[in-house]
Design a binder for this molecule. Structure first.
Ligand code: FAD
Length: 308
């Protein structure tokens, strides 16, 4: 019987591992099919406290993993396939077998939705981003595109006008899902241009993004625009299918935790990071809730299983 199994190897899972390992709980961490999580595609991270030099996300996450390893975390490079609660404990099913554990920390993250065009993959992290808060400051005096028509797209566009010379909003429909309050904030901003109803067919560049080919969704007519960056703001998919039934999910399928805690509706199951955070979605907030989940799990194990 393990004390705690952590599912996910992004900043949330690894931070939970550091804390539970230092609390002598010998955590087991499943890394999943994206070891390191979303940060591994971030070529430049400048906002993680304590790291003053610009750092590649993969290097930052490797350092956090080393810290978790140093204190005795056991790593399993597999995806968890199933979780069941039986007789007050959890059974975790993975390709290599079943592990029993007293507590589980869900840190499976949320995937930023993509345009799913081949050229997007080529430029992801090299001018194409899923995170304006993270990467906006790299586009000072540049021309950027924001793709999307919801509140996030409007917020991202508004935020990007602080840095960029021009922000072009590209949206596939002739109406916006965003609230009128969010649209109002940018409607009359001279830096903002609108291309509606357009979709991006291809991203152009040579090492970094230099432009895009767009198609008018009504007429089918194509046009080419010049730009230095493309922010895809079409939503996130939280990785919560494993936890359906065990955790309450919101309408976007993020895990709902109790106020000021990482507890879910199932005692012993805790959630940390982007999987329970529809709002902030940052490495440092993921690490913060990872720490909270570790402390909550430690308290739960002590109180429920009577260990010192
Ligand atoms: C392009 C980009 C740039 C970014 N830049 C920054 C930045 O500069 N600064 C910043 O603070 N934030 C940045 N972010 C946001 C940041 O990466 C996320 O907020 C953070 O990674 C969330 O951490 P997490 O641990 O919650 O989840 P994730 O990093 O998403 O990790 C989820 C983990 O869960 C694992 N997993 C999923 N399903 C399973 C399963 N069934 N079994 C086992 N494991 C599973 C995956 O393999 C992965 O390891 C950026 C994001 C993107 C997309």
């Amino acid at each position: 019987m393990e004390n705690v199994v952590i599912i996910g190897s992004g900043p949330a899972g690894l931070t939970a591992a550091i804390y539970t390992a230092r609390a002598a709980l010998s955590p087991i961490l499943f890394e999943g099919s994206t070891p390191g999580g979303q940060l591994i595609v971030s070529t430049e991270v400048e906002n993680f406290p304590g790291v003053p030099e610009t750092i590649h996300g993969a290097v930052l996450i490797q350092d956090i993993k080393l810290q978790a390893e140093k204190f005795g975390t056991g790593f399993i490079a597999e995806d968890v396939q199933k979780i069941e609660k039986k007789d007050g404990c959890f059974e975790i099913t993975a390709p290599s077998g079943i592990i029993k554990t007293k507590a589980v920390i869900a840190a499976t993250g949320a995937t930023a939705r993509r345009l799913n065009i081949p050229s997007e993959e080529k430029f992801y992290g090299r001018g194409v981003s899923g995170c304006a808060t993270c990467d906006g400051a790299f586009f000072r005096d540049k021309n950027v595109v924001v793709v999307g028509g919801g509140n996030t797209a409007m917020e991202d566009a508004h935020f990007l006008t602080r840095f960029a010379k021009k922000v072009t909003i590209v949206h596939r429909r002739d109406y916006l899902r965003a609230s009128s309050a969010e649209i109002e904030k940018i409607k009359n901003n001279p830096k903002v241009e609108w291309l509606i109803p357009y979709v991006i067919e291809e991203i152009l560049g040579d090492g970094t993004v230099t432009g895009a080919i767009l198609k008018n969704n009504e007429t089918g007519e194509q046009m080419q625009i010049a730009c230095d960056g493309i922010f895809v703001a079409i939503g996130h998919d939280p990785q919560t299918s494993l936890f359906e039934g065990l955790a309450e999910l919101d309408d976007q399928k993020f895990i709902i935790t109790k106020a000021k805690s990482t507890e879910t509706k199932t005692p012993g199951l805790f959630a940390a990071g982007d999987v329970m955070d529809p709002v902030y979605k940052q490495a440092v907030t993921a690490a913060g809730t990872g720490c909270m989940a570790a402390l909550d799990a430690q308290k739960y194990i002590e109180e429920t299983f009577d260990i010192a």
